[in-house]
Design a protein around this ligand. Structure first.
Ligand SMILES: C[S@@+](CC[C@H](N)C(=O)[O-])C[C@H]1O[C@@H](n2cnc3c(N)ncnc32)[C@H](O)[C@@H]1O
Length: 198
Protein backbone atom coordinates (compact mmCIF):
# COMPACT_ATOMS: atom_id res chain seq x y z
CA UNK A 1 0.00 0.00 0.00
CA UNK A 2 1.71 3.21 -1.20
CA UNK A 3 2.10 6.36 0.85
CA UNK A 4 0.03 8.42 -1.61
CA UNK A 5 -2.78 5.87 -1.36
CA UNK A 6 -2.82 6.29 2.42
CA UNK A 7 -2.72 10.08 2.14
CA UNK A 8 -5.59 10.01 -0.39
CA UNK A 9 -7.70 7.83 1.91
CA UNK A 10 -6.99 10.08 4.92
CA UNK A 11 -7.85 13.19 2.90
CA UNK A 12 -10.92 11.73 1.16
CA UNK A 13 -13.69 12.89 3.50
CA UNK A 14 -12.24 16.40 4.03
CA UNK A 15 -11.69 16.73 0.25
CA UNK A 16 -15.32 15.90 -0.46
CA UNK A 17 -16.80 17.89 2.41
CA UNK A 18 -17.67 20.99 0.36
CA UNK A 19 -19.13 18.91 -2.49
CA UNK A 20 -21.20 16.92 -0.01
CA UNK A 21 -22.62 20.14 1.46
CA UNK A 22 -23.30 21.72 -1.90
CA UNK A 23 -25.25 18.86 -3.40
CA UNK A 24 -23.44 15.52 -3.43
CA UNK A 25 -24.99 14.35 -0.15
CA UNK A 26 -28.48 15.26 -1.41
CA UNK A 27 -27.81 13.40 -4.66
CA UNK A 28 -26.64 10.33 -2.73
CA UNK A 29 -29.84 10.42 -0.67
CA UNK A 30 -32.09 10.78 -3.68
CA UNK A 31 -30.30 7.93 -5.55
CA UNK A 32 -30.39 5.60 -2.55
CA UNK A 33 -34.09 6.24 -1.98
CA UNK A 34 -34.51 3.78 -4.88
CA UNK A 35 -32.58 0.95 -3.17
CA UNK A 36 -34.73 -2.03 -2.29
CA UNK A 37 -34.46 -5.66 -1.26
CA UNK A 38 -31.02 -7.14 -0.68
CA UNK A 39 -28.51 -4.40 -1.45
CA UNK A 40 -24.80 -4.58 -2.31
CA UNK A 41 -22.59 -1.50 -2.43
CA UNK A 42 -19.31 -1.84 -4.34
CA UNK A 43 -16.28 0.36 -3.64
CA UNK A 44 -17.91 1.77 -0.52
CA UNK A 45 -14.81 3.87 0.23
CA UNK A 46 -14.98 5.50 3.64
CA UNK A 47 -18.74 4.89 3.88
CA UNK A 48 -20.11 8.26 2.81
CA UNK A 49 -23.32 6.68 1.48
CA UNK A 50 -24.20 5.05 4.78
CA UNK A 51 -26.23 7.90 6.34
CA UNK A 52 -28.31 8.16 3.16
CA UNK A 53 -29.85 4.69 2.86
CA UNK A 54 -33.58 4.54 3.52
CA UNK A 55 -34.63 3.17 6.89
CA UNK A 56 -34.77 -0.62 6.83
CA UNK A 57 -32.17 -1.05 4.07
CA UNK A 58 -28.98 -2.68 5.36
CA UNK A 59 -26.48 -2.85 2.52
CA UNK A 60 -23.66 -5.37 2.24
CA UNK A 61 -20.53 -3.29 1.67
CA UNK A 62 -17.42 -4.19 -0.30
CA UNK A 63 -14.19 -2.22 -0.61
CA UNK A 64 -10.84 -3.52 -1.92
CA UNK A 65 -8.47 -0.76 -0.82
CA UNK A 66 -7.07 -1.38 2.69
CA UNK A 67 -6.47 2.34 3.27
CA UNK A 68 -10.11 3.23 2.54
CA UNK A 69 -11.24 0.08 4.37
CA UNK A 70 -9.45 1.24 7.51
CA UNK A 71 -11.84 4.21 7.63
CA UNK A 72 -14.88 2.25 6.52
CA UNK A 73 -14.31 -0.14 9.43
CA UNK A 74 -15.06 2.71 11.85
CA UNK A 75 -18.52 3.06 10.33
CA UNK A 76 -19.66 -0.43 9.34
CA UNK A 77 -18.87 -4.08 8.65
CA UNK A 78 -17.74 -4.85 5.12
CA UNK A 79 -16.04 -7.43 2.90
CA UNK A 80 -12.61 -6.68 1.44
CA UNK A 81 -13.31 -7.43 -2.24
CA UNK A 82 -12.84 -6.04 -5.72
CA UNK A 83 -15.91 -5.43 -7.88
CA UNK A 84 -14.44 -7.60 -10.63
CA UNK A 85 -14.35 -10.67 -8.38
CA UNK A 86 -17.29 -10.48 -5.98
CA UNK A 87 -17.48 -13.23 -3.35
CA UNK A 88 -21.24 -13.74 -3.74
CA UNK A 89 -23.29 -16.35 -5.60
CA UNK A 90 -25.12 -15.56 -8.83
CA UNK A 91 -28.43 -13.70 -8.50
CA UNK A 92 -27.91 -12.67 -4.87
CA UNK A 93 -28.98 -9.01 -4.86
CA UNK A 94 -31.94 -6.88 -5.90
CA UNK A 95 -29.89 -3.67 -5.96
CA UNK A 96 -26.21 -2.94 -6.54
CA UNK A 97 -25.03 0.58 -5.66
CA UNK A 98 -22.00 2.31 -7.13
CA UNK A 99 -21.06 5.92 -6.45
CA UNK A 100 -17.85 7.32 -7.98
CA UNK A 101 -16.44 3.79 -8.40
CA UNK A 102 -16.62 2.72 -12.05
CA UNK A 103 -14.09 5.45 -12.92
CA UNK A 104 -11.45 3.71 -10.79
CA UNK A 105 -11.98 0.03 -11.56
CA UNK A 106 -9.09 -1.43 -13.55
CA UNK A 107 -11.38 -3.42 -15.87
CA UNK A 108 -14.77 -1.78 -16.43
CA UNK A 109 -16.39 -4.44 -18.68
CA UNK A 110 -15.34 -7.21 -16.32
CA UNK A 111 -16.73 -5.40 -13.28
CA UNK A 112 -20.04 -4.68 -15.03
CA UNK A 113 -20.33 -8.35 -15.98
CA UNK A 114 -19.64 -9.32 -12.38
CA UNK A 115 -22.28 -6.87 -11.11
CA UNK A 116 -24.76 -8.35 -13.55
CA UNK A 117 -23.90 -11.86 -12.35
CA UNK A 118 -24.71 -11.07 -8.71
CA UNK A 119 -27.93 -9.21 -9.55
CA UNK A 120 -31.17 -11.15 -9.56
CA UNK A 121 -33.08 -11.13 -12.85
CA UNK A 122 -34.86 -7.78 -12.96
CA UNK A 123 -32.47 -6.33 -10.35
CA UNK A 124 -31.07 -2.84 -10.68
CA UNK A 125 -27.74 -1.05 -10.67
CA UNK A 126 -28.01 2.40 -9.05
CA UNK A 127 -25.15 4.67 -10.06
CA UNK A 128 -23.71 8.11 -9.53
CA UNK A 129 -20.60 8.40 -11.69
CA UNK A 130 -18.56 11.04 -13.45
CA UNK A 131 -18.17 10.32 -17.14
CA UNK A 132 -16.44 11.28 -20.36
CA UNK A 133 -17.47 14.73 -21.59
CA UNK A 134 -19.52 15.35 -24.74
CA UNK A 135 -17.82 13.93 -27.87
CA UNK A 136 -15.83 16.64 -29.65
CA UNK A 137 -15.99 19.04 -26.68
CA UNK A 138 -13.05 21.01 -25.33
CA UNK A 139 -13.45 19.29 -21.99
CA UNK A 140 -13.20 15.85 -23.61
CA UNK A 141 -9.85 16.85 -25.13
CA UNK A 142 -8.60 18.05 -21.73
CA UNK A 143 -9.78 14.81 -20.10
CA UNK A 144 -7.71 12.83 -22.62
CA UNK A 145 -4.68 15.10 -22.22
CA UNK A 146 -4.68 15.12 -18.41
CA UNK A 147 -5.84 11.56 -17.93
CA UNK A 148 -2.37 10.26 -16.89
CA UNK A 149 -1.49 12.87 -14.25
CA UNK A 150 -5.06 12.92 -12.90
CA UNK A 151 -5.01 9.16 -12.57
CA UNK A 152 -1.77 9.29 -10.57
CA UNK A 153 -3.11 12.08 -8.35
CA UNK A 154 -6.55 10.57 -7.76
CA UNK A 155 -5.45 6.98 -7.06
CA UNK A 156 -6.44 5.32 -10.34
CA UNK A 157 -9.43 7.48 -11.29
CA UNK A 158 -9.97 7.62 -15.08
CA UNK A 159 -11.50 11.02 -15.85
CA UNK A 160 -12.24 10.17 -19.50
CA UNK A 161 -14.16 6.91 -19.07
CA UNK A 162 -17.34 6.30 -21.07
CA UNK A 163 -19.33 4.55 -18.34
CA UNK A 164 -22.76 4.83 -20.01
CA UNK A 165 -21.30 3.57 -23.30
CA UNK A 166 -20.00 0.44 -21.54
CA UNK A 167 -23.38 -0.57 -20.07
CA UNK A 168 -24.88 -2.32 -23.14
CA UNK A 169 -21.77 -4.50 -23.57
CA UNK A 170 -22.49 -6.05 -20.17
CA UNK A 171 -26.18 -6.49 -20.93
CA UNK A 172 -27.43 -3.39 -19.07
CA UNK A 173 -29.63 -0.65 -20.33
CA UNK A 174 -29.97 2.60 -18.44
CA UNK A 175 -33.58 3.12 -17.42
CA UNK A 176 -33.10 6.56 -15.87
CA UNK A 177 -30.25 8.99 -16.29
CA UNK A 178 -29.95 12.55 -15.00
CA UNK A 179 -26.88 14.62 -15.84
CA UNK A 180 -25.40 17.12 -13.43
CA UNK A 181 -22.88 19.88 -14.20
CA UNK A 182 -21.81 20.58 -10.65
CA UNK A 183 -19.41 23.51 -10.57
CA UNK A 184 -18.31 22.42 -7.09
CA UNK A 185 -16.61 19.36 -8.63
CA UNK A 186 -13.35 19.69 -10.59
CA UNK A 187 -14.07 20.33 -14.29
CA UNK A 188 -12.17 17.18 -15.31
CA UNK A 189 -14.66 14.95 -13.46
CA UNK A 190 -17.81 16.37 -15.00
CA UNK A 191 -20.46 15.71 -16.09
CA UNK A 192 -21.92 13.44 -13.44
CA UNK A 193 -24.58 10.89 -14.39
CA UNK A 194 -27.05 9.67 -11.79
CA UNK A 195 -29.47 6.89 -12.54
CA UNK A 196 -30.46 3.26 -12.73
CA UNK A 197 -29.71 0.42 -15.13
CA UNK A 198 -31.20 -3.01 -15.34
C1 LIG B 1 -13.69 7.94 -5.43
S1 LIG B 1 -13.79 6.62 -4.32
C2 LIG B 1 -15.56 6.51 -4.03
C3 LIG B 1 -15.88 5.96 -2.67
C4 LIG B 1 -17.37 5.91 -2.33
N1 LIG B 1 -18.07 5.02 -3.21
C5 LIG B 1 -18.00 7.27 -2.35
O1 LIG B 1 -19.01 7.47 -3.02
O2 LIG B 1 -17.50 8.16 -1.64
C6 LIG B 1 -13.49 5.22 -5.37
C7 LIG B 1 -13.55 3.93 -4.61
O3 LIG B 1 -13.47 2.84 -5.53
C8 LIG B 1 -12.67 1.85 -4.91
N2 LIG B 1 -12.13 0.89 -5.88
C9 LIG B 1 -10.96 0.93 -6.54
N3 LIG B 1 -10.78 -0.19 -7.26
C10 LIG B 1 -11.87 -0.95 -7.03
C11 LIG B 1 -12.26 -2.25 -7.45
N4 LIG B 1 -11.49 -2.98 -8.28
N5 LIG B 1 -13.43 -2.74 -7.00
C12 LIG B 1 -14.22 -2.00 -6.17
N6 LIG B 1 -13.89 -0.78 -5.75
C13 LIG B 1 -12.74 -0.26 -6.16
C14 LIG B 1 -11.59 2.67 -4.23
O4 LIG B 1 -10.86 1.92 -3.28
C15 LIG B 1 -12.42 3.78 -3.62
O5 LIG B 1 -12.92 3.44 -2.37
Amino acid sequence: MGVWNRVFAAAYDPLLAVAERKGLAAARRSLLAGAYGRVLEIGAGTGLNLPHYPAGVEPELTEPNPAMAKRLRRRAEFTLASADDLPFPDASFDTVVSTLVFCTLPDLPRALTEVRRVLKPGGQLLFLEHVRAEPGSRRERWQDRLHGPWRALACGCNCNRDFLGALPGAGFSATEVARAEWDFMPALVRPIVIGAAS
